[in-house]
Design a protein around this ligand. Structure first.
Ligand SMILES: [Zn+2]
Length: 118
């Protein structure tokens, strides 16, 4: 590339400067966006999984579990894995939703689970 000084107008200098700034901005985004996305995946991913898992198990506090995991990350995940109810231990005979033993009716379909005379 040969630079002729007569071609070096202020507009061209500004265009090259903008091009350089754009390239720097792109590099900045690449080298900062990738670690940011990784951090979000590591932090938010387990919290979302805990929330969805608790929802699947009809846990009334699914959002709270998700927030606990978001705040404490691995510790919250471990506590949730220890405390979560077993799935399949008791399923609604009508809609197959996971149930907790103390429920008297299915929260999904409303089917009565225990006779009130028991
Ligand atoms: Zn049901």
């Amino acid at each position: 590339m040969n630079l002729d000084l007569e071609e070096l107008t202020p507009h061209r200098i500004a265009a090259w400067a903008l091009l350089g700034l754009g390239a720097l901005a792109a590099l900045y985004l690449i080298f900062h966006a990738i670690p940011l996305l990784l951090w979000v995946a590591i932090t938010v991913g387990p919290a979302v999984w805990v929330y969805l898992d608790a929802e699947k198990r009809n846990n009334d506090r699914a959002l709270l579990w998700g927030l606990l995991c978001l705040a404490s990350n691995v510790l919250g995940l471990i506590i949730y894995l220890i405390a979560r109810p077993e799935i399949g231990a008791s399923l609604c005979p009508s809609c197959s939703a996971a149930l907790q033993s103390h429920w008297v009716a299915c929260p999904h379909c409303g089917r009565a689970l225990h006779s009130l005379t028991q």
